[in-house]
Design a protein around this ligand. Sequence first.
Ligand SMILES: Cc1cc2nc3c(=O)[nH]c(=O)nc-3n(C[C@H](O)[C@H](O)[C@H](O)COP(=O)(O)OP(=O)(O)OC[C@H]3O[C@@H](n4cnc5c(N)ncnc54)[C@H](O)[C@@H]3O)c2cc1C
Length: 537
Amino acid sequence: MRPTHYRALGLLALSAARVAAWEFPSSLFQIPFLSAPELDVDSQQPEPPESTQNERTFESLVPPRIAIIGSGASGSSAAFWIAKARERHGLNVGIDIYEENGFVGGRTLSVHPYDNESYPVQELGAASFVKAAHLNLQRAADEFGFQLRDAVDPDSGVGIWDGEQMRFEVTPHFSLDFSNIISDMWRFGNAHDTANAVIDDATSKLLSLYSPLSARWSTVEELVELLNFTTHLSRDTTHYLKERQVEDAYIEEVIEPKTRSLYGQDTTEVHALAGIVAMLCPHSRVVGGISQIWEKFIESSNATLRLNTKVTKLRYKRYRDTPWRVQTSTGAEASYSAVLIAAPFHSTGISLPGALASQIPRQPYIRLHVALVVTKSERVNDKMFGRIGGAQGSFPEVVYTTNGAARDGGEASQITVISYLQQLSEEEWVVRVVSREEIPDETLKNVFNGHVSWVHRKTWDTAYPLLTPGQAVGPIRLDKGLYFVNSLEPMLPSMEAATVASRNIVDLVLQEQFNVSWCTSHPDSPLGRDSLLGWDY
Ligand SMILES: Cc1cc2nc3c(=O)[nH]c(=O)nc-3n(C[C@H](O)[C@H](O)[C@H](O)COP(=O)(O)OP(=O)(O)OC[C@H]3O[C@@H](n4cnc5c(N)ncnc54)[C@H](O)[C@@H]3O)c2cc1C
């Protein structure tokens, strides 16, 4: 890597690794102009001749096609990367995306408060990313001209609730620089600096994946070794940080609120890499919903998008140039050179030939409940949240949680985070409540001092992988021409990581099917500050 590039990545690493507020959220959009009716691709082509030799000759005249199953962050970005490679190398390759839902986006979804389009969309699923560390999403937002806004208003007050009482609060005025305030607070000693050193180290390794000189990896294990993350993945966040002299209180009151708000899991439950990544900030959202990025990825790839089309089975026909046959729930079939599975495998219901499926370990996922609430209460219920701190008259607009009270034998909080997202009118706010168990209507009412005007609930059954340390991960390449994008998810569970995983897989497919790779066409191009693998090389 050239020095300029190192410097650029280093700067990004430092600016990324700062403690602030992360919150959830996204978008429900149909793209009718991209939708195509279910059709049997093969039925549009003449029947291939019988003999193997003739079959090859016939099929090599047909431009190869790649099938992508799933149109979330993984699938839509895979289509985008294939299109980039097609353009760069002049490849003649078609793309079909199969999506079970009637809309693009997977775990990103948004609604209008009161289901009234005059109110701005609010996200029910994934939405925010870290500008300085999630470089593909940042670049996509720039290239497609989307406006970004802070995921959490820097003027928001923040509270940390342990299920029984508010452990501490940072008032709106001071939360402008939450990280400095925390570092100065006596309760955490120098834990903030110690934690930041750990975060900076992991961030600079992750940022190396955007370098044009980044190696491609064939297995998740190879990537783990490449980035030296073996220890991070074998220890839970609490133990890993304690071993590095980060104080208990800091882990419980600063880091756990982040892992709970992001993954719905405690620091004792998630491996250290996920714990560290949860600390990256500040976060941005795309105004109008992050799904717009997935839609643009698909639109610019010229892929054929088959909405409402569930893939049920993959079959393999030996000796053909397009050996993979994709079967859908209507029984229609089409042939492909390669297939990319871009969804948590065990929730797809896809049957694979032979023993291929047994290579993918059954990955447990956590279920999360999201309630989007419109309330006339500008603050959460002081009594219910046992508020003891905070400047007079101030109140937290974001309530993070820690499982601290339960560890001491007290009440566990099922709520993982409450965020006031936006003021809708003079006296109405839209708030998102995320929890591990569904919050009953009565409790929700109590949270908002009796004022709940509208609620929209969404349960995510496969919200996040359980991020248990030391668990087995699935292969990236299941067979020749068959790839599994979400094998990286138990290591790095984010939209950005999905785009990095799909970029790597497209590189592997390019090698396997066309004997080309990202960088080969521009070996002499200078490495600029903003040069990114996949985008510029
Ligand atoms: C509440 C919540 C908040 C989150 N917040 C954030 C956040 O702020 N930032 C962040 O980076 N990440 C966040 N995440 C995680 C993020 O959503 C995921 O990491 C990311 O969306 C994964 O994308 P994916 O494309 O791999 O999978 P998915 O988004 O799950 O997409 C898979 C797609 O495949 C389709 N599919 C499945 N089976 C079939 C089949 N048989 N045939 C056809 N189609 C099929 C599905 O319908 C789906 O559209 C959040 C997740 C949740 C649940």
